[in-house]
Design a protein around this ligand. Sequence first.
Ligand code: MSP
Length: 691
Amino acid sequence: MTTPFYITTPIYYVNDVPHLGHAYTTIVADALARFHRMRGQDTRFLTGTDEHGQKVEEAAKKRGLTPQQLVDQVAPRFDECWKQVGIDGYRFIRTTDAKHKKVVANLWHRIRERNPEDIYLTTYQGWYCVGCEAFYTESQLVKDGESWNCAVHKRPVEWIDKERSWFFKLSKYTKPLLDHIAAHPDFIRPQQYKNEIVSFLEKEGLRDLSISRTSFAWGIPAPDPDPEGHAHVIYVWMDALTNYYSDLCGADGALESADAMKYFPHAIHLIGKDILRFHSVYWPAFLMAAGLPLPKSILAHGWWTVRGEKISKSMPATRIDPAVLAGALAVGPLGYSIGIDAMRYYLMREVPLGNDGDFTFESLFGRFNADLANDLGNLVNRSLTLISKFAADFPPAEDQTLFAAGENPHWQLEVHAFQATNLVAKELELCAPSKALEQLWKLIGQANRYIDQTQPWAMAKAKDPALPHTLWCLQRSLWTIAQMIAPVLPATSQTLLGWLGDSAPARWPEGVQGRVFTLAPAAIATDATPSVLFPRLDEPMQAKIVTAVAGEYAAGASAAPADTPAPAPKAAKPVEAAKPEAAGPITYDDFAKLELRVGKVLTAQPVPKKDRLLHLTVDLGEGKPRTIVAGIAEAYKPEALVGKQVIVVANLAPRKLAGLTSEGMILAAGDEAILGLSAVDADVPPGTRVR
Ligand code: MSP
């Protein structure tokens, strides 16, 4: 029986929409899960959403929604996004799932049963960052004039003044954690992050941790009553971290489920470095206190940045939508799936896991043209063209005598392919996709050189009896490569295997006695005309891609038109649909053409069958209210809009939307659920001009 493989991503906060940074974690986890599945391992892959906490409660209130309504609207975005970018075979957990709530309560009870002194009541006083949902000491914050700012969010933190709270005796676990890390060298990876945690534990030690809040209600209720009668909800990180365990439990929430015992000790928690401490200190300490097994590894990766800024919600100009990027790269006959593969390849190849990476179009196009179009694309094209051209007269066939002759190009290619199956696998086992790809591309280079060396076209001309063997070797190395690219380039792999006459799901080519596993009988149609999988991106194409992607994230930074109709599914968006680049400076006369007026929303109702649209009537002081159709239904409940003052572009040509004529546009900032309507700070009459 093979060892189970269990990989998790962090569960994403629902106050954001998925961006390339989130996609990176999920894509790496997906590639590793695919690899282990290909090797026949019992593989489990978990992702999901983190839905409780103060910031969700605040965001919902602002929008006139209950927190549950807000999270129900936003959580599916992540699931949809992962489906759009081809993430496969995952389970999706939400912290509002009933089973998860039971498991969190059971974990609390278990800690109290085993270590009654580990959870106790007192009062908390100190700084709290709502963005991180974390408590900080002043030494962890940045002083900015009068206020203390969070180092991650660069915004002031909140002072919590003597809030009654349950505490967890984290201080007791400094030594047990250090011992565990010493006994399990792979517990925190890569090394630099292990060093960081060890030095933190050794130098600073741990203080007890507040694990409940009373000043808001959106969370899992603390299972024990407070003698003073306060209602506590469990600290959002204790709740969230437990997801990795709760997904393995049965509906009753019992902690000792068969799946938990089977998979959890093999868990690899893939995370961004920003949440290292929560995973490598708090989480194992909770588990130790409960007497439960610890995960196998905490695997931290670095941050993706754009022009040096971390891709994040608070930096709208950095936010790249993964589905838009994949759509923009959807060139060539396979379209969107090649866009996905190219994005996956770039993310995994460009940066060794653990390091930060700066997203640039230059490096993206460089990788695309050099690695995918030139190296892989050319190999595929040349090999298949040669094989199909000569197969009628020289059907590919193995010639044992040529292998037996030892040192020759055929033998070298064979040995190289065999070694690659082991080297690439080893790197993937170590969760190092960038190094795995480096090894794999060496083999691709070797196969390209093989064609240059053997010159099958010249062999055909000379009727060389070694040609069938040469074609066989080419076919065989291509098949090996087609299998090994599957974790990172699943669509390319499938297409290629199809062209090679292999329709079975990808499986890892294992080496036996110095040879790659025998090739399944391949039936390459002699008339097969392979298409170019990755066409070279020329300058006009590159410009279109930049516009499609950069236009999209630049829009997040500025006031997005609120009545933009629901976009067509992103997956289908061709490069041609790119937005025009932002105009340069405009004159006052240009601006004066816009008639911006204050409007007051009189009525608001949903538009049947259009989830994102609301049908509003807005008073612009003209006697007859205007009909405006706005794409804001995901952010606002109709009731929350009635009576609101908004800014309307009043001289926009009327436009038909969902069968209604929209007679203006409401200004808003942000997108979809994370959207704010532009505000008017004074009670001015409807129709007042905004200048
Ligand atoms: N909800 C918590 C995690 C709880 S896990 C028990 C959280 N959520 S998050 O949505 O803010 O971020 C989750 C993860 O997204 C990060 O840890 C990281 O894996 C990924 N990333 C978010 N921005 C990123 C980059 N700019 N670059 C790389 N990964 C990034 O924290």
